[in-house]
Structure formats: structure tokens, C-alpha cells
Write a protein of this length. Structure first.
Length: 393
């Protein structure tokens, strides 16, 4: 299997939006990555090839909104390409530049010039939450005016899909927007987005009966996808054949996320096991810094993350759960929500939501297989029917 290293540059903590469900609680316009810090991070990483033996690398750029720093990003990417070639690094020509953007300035000349120059090695996802009603409920401009961003994002979707026809979007569900799940997924399909990656927030925001409303929406969505034949050309990540089963403790005793296997660097040059351990991602805990661009990575500080798996952080009821497979967690949220400063206490705020998803998931696949089986039977029957010529004696 091709192993991939994910390395993230937090190029800015600024964003045009103030999304209500955003886990980045410390966004600001002051902390922007200087070029000198970015260069030092690259020199350290590429200069310690023996510590980064993965076959491929994803250079990820986040904010805030990463494209606010497109000039810096362009300079970083040019330097990466030049240095990987100059050093004859094993990542040369086995890399991608990855972005998740709010899409507002996607059509700006500088962003478009960057895309043209790097298209063959680019992955870009634009976040659009669904219908205007759902999107504008949470994804609002900062400043307190409650002005939604849907119109400024949706105008760039045709250009994005022209450049990245297989591009997927990421939809986030919180308590307030559960009633709009079905209509939002179908709306995204209607825009030509074929892959809708969708998840509920990990934070403890859920109200009584949210899981029932959530399950009802997913069952309605399942009916629409199957009855409308959308399953042939579109996908929604809420429906997967691999969730809702008991765990095989040998096969599934790995950590859900890549914290510790990934690497992030911020504007101050600090290294983190994941961006969720940086200060602007944490509500109450101190950041966990595992090194910096001057002194390198402290492997002793990284070591606890390399011991993480399902059993080291889950309660027994989670391990024994009959629908445990596919139940996700975020390592940073585990840490932030824990009673103490530990990374070994799994947050379970989404437990009921996962179980509701499993019930709807079972409904989806049972209905789809029945439909496909009936279609196959119909097809076989049509093939076996005598032709008109066969009836002539």
C-alpha cells in the first residue's frame, strides 16, 4: 500500500467568515505565516528524509481561509518543487498540494494563475453546505451582520467543477440544520457535485431527540437517492456498507484519525501532531507542541500519539458496541473535551448520532439491494421471454 505523509501549513488564522459551528475558536487577522518560517519548515522536513519515509506527501494548506495567502502559498509551492528536485528527494513527482476553501475568492486572478500552474498536482475542495437556507444558517460573514455567503460561493461552483470535475464538497451538520439535510444533499447533486462528504460535528452540541430527527432526514434522503437513481452517478458519505458492525479487534484496533502520523506547522514555526492541537483550535486546553523549525521534532513528545489506537482511548462499552465500526472521533476534540489534559479519553458526544446513522444506513442498503435484485430479475425475465419469431411454427 502506498503510504502518504500529510504535512499542513497553517498559513493564516484569518477568514472572511465566522461559521457558527467552526472549531477554530481563535481565528484572527494577526497570525500570518512569514516566508522565513515556511522556508525553515521545508528545509527541516526535506533535510530529514530519513524521518519521513512515506512514499508520497500531501502538502496541505489551511487557515482560516488559505487562499487569503495565495502569494505566500505560491512561493511555498515553487520552493517545494525546486527543492524536491534539487535534493533528488523521493517525494519529487509523488506529491499533491491540497486545499479546502470557502470558495469566496476562488475566481480571483492570483488563485486562478496558481491553479493553472499547478493543476496536475492539485486537490481543491470548496465547502458549500447545501441549499441557500442551510448554508446561510451557519456560514456567515464575520462582523455580526448575519450575512450569509451562499451567493458568493455558488457562483464559483461551475468554474471549480470545470477545473476539477470529480471535486467533492464537505458538508457539516450541527443541531440547528438537521431539518435541511435531505434537501441540501439533493441540491448539491443538482449543482453537479458528485461526491458529498458529510459529517456531524464532534463537539457536544446535540439536543434531545436530535438523533431521531437526524435519522428521519437520512431515511428520507435514502428514499430520494434510490427512487431517483442518484446512486448510479452520485455518492453521499453518510451511506457506507462498512459501518454499523461489531469490531474485529485485530483489524480495527487502529486510531481513527492521523494525529501523530501527520505534521502541522504554524506561523510561529511550532510543530503539532495535528492542527487540532494548535491554540486556535482549543477551547480550554493548552496547545501540544512537539517541536519547532529551529530545534526539529521532539520524538519523546510525539511518542504518546504513536501509541494511540481504539483500545487505548475507548471505554469498554464502545469497544463492545454492536455498531462500533464507522463511529468516528477527532483526537483534538478528545483532548479538548477530556476531564484532564489527556489524549487517551475518547469523546462520545456523537454516539446517538452514529447509531441513528447506522439505522438509516441499514435501511438504505436493504432498499437498494432489493431494488437492484428486482431489476436483475426483470432483466433476466426479459431475456428469457420468447421472441416473436420463436412463436412462429
Amino acid at each position: 500500500m502506498n503510504s502518504i505523509k500529510n504535512i499542513t501549513f497553517i498559513v493564516t488564522k484569518d477568514c472572511q467568515l465566522a461559521c457558527k459551528y467552526c472549531y477554530l475558536v481563535g481565528k484572527n487577522s494577526k497570525e500570518r505565516m512569514p516566508w522565513e518560517v515556511a522556508k525553515q519548515a521545508i528545509d527541516y522536513i526535506l533535510g530529514h528524509e530519513e524521518d519521513f519515509r512515506e512514499e508520497s506527501v500531501v502538502w496541505d494548506f489551511i487557515g482560516g481561509e488559505p487562499f487569503l495567502e495565495i502569494e505566500l502559498i505560491d512561493k511555498i509551492c515553487d520552493y517545494l518543487k525546486t527543492e524536491m528536485f534539487r535534493r533528488n528527494h523521493h517525494w519529487f513527482n509523488s506529491y499533491r498540494f491540497s486545499f479546502s476553501t470557502n470558495g469566496i475568492n476562488y475566481d480571483s486572478p492570483k488563485v486562478q494563475e496558481f491553479i493553472t500552474k499547478n493543476h496536475e498536482h492539485l486537490s481543491i475542495g470548496i465547502t458549500i453546505d447545501g441549499t441557500k437556507r442551510k448554508h446561510d444558517l451557519n456560514r456567515i460573514y464575520k462582523g455580526g451582520a448575519e450575512r450569509g455567503s451562499y451567493d458568493d460561493v455558488v457562483r464559483n461552483i461551475p468554474l471549480w467543477l470545470k477545473q476539477f470535475p470529480h471535486g467533492g464538497t464537505k458538508v457539516t451538520i450541527s443541531s440547528a440544520d438537521i431539518p435541511y439535510i435531505k434537501e441540501s444533499v439533493l441540491h448539491l447533486f443538482s449543482l453537479g457535485i458528485r461526491e458529498v462528504h458529510i459529517n456531524v460535528v464532534f463537539e457536544n452540541v446535540w439536543k434531545e431527540d436530535d438523533d431521531k430527527l437526524f435519522g428521519d432526514q437520512l431515511i428520507q434522503l435514502a428514499d430520494e437517492i434510490i427512487d431517483g437513481g442518484y446512486y448510479n452517478d452520485y455518492s453521499c458519505s453518510f451511506f457506507s456498507e462498512n459501518i454499523g458492525k461489531p469490531l474485529d479487534r485485530v483489524l480495527y484496533n487502529q486510531n481513527w484519525c492521523g494525529a501523530g502520523m501527520m505534521l502541522s506547522v504554524d506561523a510561529a514555526g511550532n510543530f503539532y501532531p495535528c492542527t487540532r492541537f494548535a491554540a486556535y483550535s482549543l477551547r480550554s486546553k493548552k496547545p501540544i507542541i512537539i517541536g519547532n523549525v529551529h530545534d526539529g521534532i521532539d520524538k519523546n513528545k510525539l511518542r504518546p500519539f504513536l501509541t494511540l489506537d481504539r483500545t487505548t482511548q475507548s471505554r469498554q462499552e464502545c469497544i463492545d458496541c454492536e455498531v462500533a465500526s464507522g463511529c468516528a472521533w477527532c483526537q483534538g476534540e478528545n483532548y479538548d473535551a477530556a476531564d484532564t489534559a489527556t489524549i487517551y479519553q475518547r469523546a462520545t458526544a456523537i454516539c446517538k448520532m452514529h447509531k441513528a446513522r447506522v439505522r438509516a444506513n441499514n435501511y438504505y442498503w436493504n432498499k437498494l439491494y432489493r431494488k437492484l435484485e428486482l431489476e436483475d430479475m426483470r432483466e433476466e425475465f426479459e431475456k428469457s421471454k420468447p421472441k416473436s419469431n420463436d412463436l412462429i411454427c
